[in-house]
Design a protein around this ligand. Structure first.
Ligand SMILES: [Zn+2]
Length: 618
């Protein structure tokens, strides 16, 4: 297959064999996922032939990243003994350079936002280093993610969005989102970088980019960070911008959208561990593509969801990775210069190419543990060893020492047992957080959302790097007042669904499997000593929760539609509040002693069966 060496290379890299047909899945309204997180990737000694499709078509390679969150350095999986480092700018740049060398006129790179906010690492200044590194590596276009607002005014600044504006003025790449407007006059803020109709050219083909941001963005950052802005309808903005780009001469239009691209679950039934099925129709990207005229956009680089995706929807390729600089995706396009059209039948997706400098030879991948006695080997990519570029190393070096030192800093807190994320009705980590917030703020009830927690905590001394990566966002704690009746409704919203995404402290909830699915039947207060009290309709209760929940995020909008009017006290960030509390008391961190959730009736396995916890929406 000399015509598509890259495709074949990636295919073997990801699957080791050709991908199964997607026809059946499509006809079911589902689409197959090209790169699940569990794929075995033989990234080792494979050297593809450098034969590019010279013939009739212009070959374009769209490299897609998302949700880097400023993770410029390779990190190791704490949960795996002998884990290998994964991700990081050095190895990614080596792979990108290998692609650029192999296909000099083909490569473009777009990033779908949450690029610079480094909650995971806490080692930089307001995202400046990440901005500089992305500029240096030659990013062609980035959109604005919700967390790109998280530095607010910046360390010294007073101006709203001061940190983002400063980063935008540093950036050498166009960085814009077409659906962000000023609340003052409804116009586009002048400081959005690259708000002109931005196009790049490859071999005479003009590629236009449209940046988009999820209108739910204000629910994820602090309200103050988006002061003076609103995030409007994506379809309207996309249509207007894409049409304008077409008018200006864009041959290919790429949406770079920080917006949910759907959810995927392993397709166990089919016995295909490598295939995954995705429900995309109701996702933000699915609805966006439904709303746009056919043929207006040619590809979507998505972010926000942090789940590995790669699919075609209405013929449009859509990709996303789990972020944190660990993988990238590639969309391969062919443009016919005389027919002036993309050869859609040739469009290919390779989702989730791992960023590994060393690999386990048995799997040609750096994720997971080695086989007994196995030694890691240097990875190669298009025949190149993935050594660090000396110039890039020099740029990163001043921060690298600080980063690894901070990673290992002890916080003076002991974790008493392994606190896992959990996907069942109770999570050890979520329960510990809910209980800590309850005690630290002296609230009546505490509610946390599992989307905020990203890695488990292992037993032993709590290290700074581990702490940040387990809980990357220092959301402020909000104490919100509810009546007893409202408290029950709040719990119904949080726990009346078929998925467990919340953990709670200060109440005990009784759930029932019947009559259809899982639902909350009873809520009662539980004191620290275990005394139980009825929730009184006439009484008021203070509920501690992260600010994004208090703003109506994570499905609570129906309950918190009156958020601005509701009595609320804002505290410091969750990490800050919890750390202060933990340091004041001698105990180590444990999961809660008593269950918070009880089942009312005998529970059969189908009732308890949960959908895998999506690493979604943060
Ligand atoms: Zn993100």
């Amino acid at each position: 297959m000399p015509e598509r060496p890259l495709l074949e290379f990636f295919r073997r890299l990801l699957f080791g064999r050709p991908r199964a047909s997607q026809g059946l899945l499509r006809s079911l309204g589902l689409v197959a996922l090209a790169g699940a997180s569990c794929v075995k990737a033989p990234l080792g000694d494979m050297v593809p032939k450098r034969e590019v499709a010279k013939a009739e078509a212009v070959h374009l390679l769209l490299v897609a990243t998302n949700d880097w969150h400023g993770q410029l350095f390779a990190t190791k999986d704490f949960g795996v003994q002998e884990a290998l480092p994964q991700g990081g700018a050095l190895t990614f740049f080596a792979q990108l350079s290998a692609l650029r060398e192999a296909f000099p006129e083909s490569v473009l790179w777009a990033d779908a936002g949450d690029s610079v906010y480094e909650g995971w690492a806490a080692h930089q200044v307001d995202g400046q280093l990440a901005t500089d590194i992305f500029s240096w590596m030659g990013l062609d276009f980035a959109t604005v993610g919700k967390h790109d607002f998280d530095y607010g005014a910046g360390r010294e600044g007073k101006e709203a969005q001061g940190a983002l504006k400063a980063n935008m003025s540093r950036a050498k790449f166009p960085w814009s989102s077409a659906n962000i407007y000023s609340t003052e006059d409804g116009r586009r803020p002048a400081w959005l970088k690259g708000d002109t109709l931005h196009m790049v050219e490859r071999q005479g083909v003009h590629i236009g980019f449209v940046g988009l941001t999820t209108p739910t963005a204000p629910l994820y950052s602090s309200a103050a960070n988006l002061e003076g802005l609103y995030v409007g309808n994506m379809a309207l903005a996309a249509r207007e911008k894409a049409l304008a780009l077409r008018e200006k001469g864009a041959d290919v239009v790429v949406l770079v959208a920080h917006a949910g691209a759907g959810e995927c679950t392993p397709m166990e039934e089919a016995g295909e561990a490598e295939l995954t099925q995705c429900e995309v129709q109701h996702s933000e990207i699915g609805q966006l593509l439904e709303a746009l005229p056919e043929g207006l956009v040619d590809a979507v680089v998505a972010g926000h969801g942090h789940s590995p995706l790669g699919y075609f929807f209405k013929g449009v390729p859509v990709v996303q990775t789990q972020g944190l600089g660990k993988r990238f995706s590639v969309i391969e396009l062919y443009w016919h210069p005389t027919q002036k059209r993309l050869l859609h039948e040739k469009t290919r997706i390779e989702a989730g190419v791992p960023i590994c400098e060393k690999v386990w030879p048995s799997r040609k991948h750096c994720e997971g543990p080695p086989l007994p006695g196995e030694e890691a080997v240097a990875a190669t990519f298009f025949g190149k060893k993935l050594g660090g570029d000396a110039r890039l190393m020099a740029l990163l070096a001043p921060e690298a020492g600080r980063f690894y030192e901070r990673e290992q800093t002890r916080l003076g807190v002991e974790v008493g047992e392994r606190l896992s994320l959990g996907e069942e009705e109770e999570s050890a980590l979520g329960g510990m957080w809910a209980e800590s917030l309850l005690l630290a703020t002296q609230a009546d009830v505490a509610l946390v959302h599992r989307g905020a927690f990203r890695e488990e905590l292992e037993a032993g001394a709590l290290l700074l790097g581990r702490f940040f990566r387990s809980m990357p966002y220092n959301h402020r704690v909000a104490l919100v007042r509810f009546s007893g009746e409202e408290l029950r409704r709040l719990m119904q919203l949080a726990f009346g669904q078929t998925r467990f995404r919340f953990d709670v402290a200060g109440v005990e909830l009784q759930l029932s499997c019947f009559p259809s699915g899982r639902r909350l039947v009873h809520t009662q207060r539980v004191s620290a000593e275990g005394h139980k009290h009825a929730v009184q309709d006439g009484a008021f209760y203070w509920v501690a929760m992260p600010e994004f929940l208090a703003q109506g995020g994570a499905g609570l909008e129906g309950m918190l539609v009156d958020a601005p009017l509701r009595p609320t006290k804002l505290k410091e960030g969750m990490r800050t509040e919890a750390l202060r509390f933990w340091r004041q008391r001698p105990q180590a961190l444990f999961s809660p002693l008593r269950p918070r959730i009880l089942w009312e009736n005998a529970v059969d396995s189908s009732c308890r069966r949960h959908t895998p916890h999506p690493k979604e929406q943060l």
